[in-house]
Design a protein around this ligand. Structure first.
Ligand code: AHR
Length: 334
């Protein structure tokens, strides 16, 4: 089945829109296996436990803000928020805690793809619906009601296609700053990018995780510079803007000019990344839209009320070169 995307503009007011599933991706069980928890809610208030990854990046802050705004008291929710500081065991423990509290629904932004089967089964056994936002899991799609997020592989493909068009005909030595090991965006952005540059003259010299953080990007880039020499690195592919911003610091400290001596491609399009693109320090950014709150809240309301909810909901991403970033930055929401 063909994917249909929600555009950035439409997203702002589109919480109730119908979206479309994609057959190549997990089809979560919207069977109602977990519809309606015993509820700590009472009345019309929907009590929601949200297990966020942590606060690793500018993207994550924007996503948390979007979720808190959508799951407000004024909108009829009581939100129990947990940020796991990128610790998978802590995130699973938070979900177990939500189950014990008998919340009406659980929302998870899973840090990594694997290891979710048991706790998702426990939620289903307790009759508590689960909605995933942002990242995907490898567990059976029967164990959650819906997933709302971005096509990470397509993001990697867009970044790789731009790299192939710009540098594919010239010998180009590339290093990669990977996202959190085992996370869906790190896995899928690598897959999409690698396929897009296949057969070009871009050579991946090294690839290591910077954990989606600015500090991580900086220290991994410092290691690359030490190992290979700044003159032997032509291109950085960073799985997010924060790591690209850390890499910029490392490149400048090594006496080189980011965006000129060393080209940089990243993903997210958060404000600081877009500013660096406008300033010429990053060369291309593929968007990853963090404003998922309204769609997730609509899905939670639908599932709790027993309505049919589209089980797989993709949100569309844009891509920016310097001119596009200049035009977009003044109205950027994050
Ligand atoms: O899962 C989305 C990714 O997580 C974003 O690209 C990154 O910035 C965040 O930490």
């Amino acid at each position: 089945m063909k994917k249909r995307f929600i555009s950035t503009i439409a997203l702002a007011g589109a919480a109730a829109m119908a979206l479309t599933a994609c057959s190549s991706d997990p089809e979560p069980g919207a069977s109602g296996s977990a519809a309606g928890g015993d509820g700590g809610g009472g009345g019309d208030t929907i009590v929601v436990g949200f297990a966020q990854t942590g606060s690793e990046s500018g993207w994550r802050s924007a996503n948390t803000d979007s979720m808190k705004e959508a799951f407000s008291e004024a909108n009829g929710f009581e939100l129990i928020f947990n940020a796991a500081d990128n610790d998978t065991a802590a995130q699973i423990a938070a979900v177990r805690d939500f189950i014990n509290q008998g919340v009406d629904a659980i929302v998870i932004a899973p840090i990594v793809e694997d290891g979710w089967d048991d706790v998702l089964q426990e939620a289903a056994d307790a009759g508590i619906p689960v909605i995933l936002e942002d990242r995907t899991v490898s567990a059976s799609a029967d164990l959650y009601n819906a997933w709302i997020g971005l096509d990470f592989e397509a993001e990697g493909t867009k970044a790789g296609e731009w790299a192939a068009a710009e540098f594919g005909d010239t010998e180009t030595k590339m290093v990669v700053l990977e996202g959190t090991t085992g996370s869906a965006p790190a896995n899928d952005r690598a897959t999409g990018f690698d396929a897009a540059i296949e057969g070009t003259m871009i050579e991946k010299v090294d690839s290591q995780t910077g954990d989606f953080t600015r500090d991580g990007g900086k220290s991994v880039m410092e290691g690359f510079i030490q190992n290979y020499g700044i003159d032997n690195i032509d291109l950085v592919y960073a799985h997010n803007d924060d790591m690209a911003l850390g890499a910029i610091e490392a490149i400048e400290a090594a006496g080189a000019v980011p965006g000129e001596d060393v080209k940089i491609i990243s993903i997210d399009a958060v404000h600081d990344g877009m500013q660096a693109l406008v300033d010429g320090k990053i060369n291309y950014i593929v968007e990853c839209n963090p404003l998922l709150g309204e769609l997730v809240a609509a899905a939670v309301t639908g599932v709790v009320n027993g309505d049919e909810v589209e089980p797989v909901q993709y949100v569309e991403d844009l891509a920016f070169d310097q001119a596009a970033a200049e035009a977009a930055l003044p109205d950027r929401k994050y």
